[in-house]
Design a protein around this ligand. Structure first.
Ligand code: FES
Length: 110
């Protein structure tokens, strides 16, 4: 399997199910390719802009994992909207283990 299903709930609360997310892409690439509202990816995935902020569905948190130190710093600097399940989706690589993952786009806070 090289394609998995990822669900984004966009900033308008609309659910967007993407059934052909390619393994190896980042979640940000998947979201911007499918025009998920609220995911901008301004820095191109450099973990510097924070415009790809999502909340990972709680039941998926342990599978997706925690942010590393660099991502953690960007989340700290940029967001009032940070929650325990916040991630920058440019730092999440699509894998077969993430088939069925659901995330919610965080409100803009820049
Ligand atoms: S795209 Fe800039 S931090 Fe993710």
């Amino acid at each position: 399997m090289s394609e998995v299903t990822i669900t984004f709930v966009d900033i308008n609360g609309e659910e967007q199910v993407i059934k052909d997310a390619e393994v190896g892409e980042t979640m940000m690439q998947v979201a911007t390719a499918d025009n998920v509202e609220g995911i901008l990816g301004d820095c191109g995935g450099g973990c510097a802009c924070g415009t790809c902020h999502v909340y990972v569905d709680p039941e998926w948190q342990s599978v997706v994992g925690e942010p590393d130190d660099v991502e953690d710093m960007t989340l700290e600097m940029v967001f009032d909207a940070r929650k325990p399940n916040s991630r920058l989706c440019c730092q999440i690589t699509v894998s077969e283990q993430l088939d069925g993952l659901k995330v919610t786009v965080a409100p803009e806070s820049l």
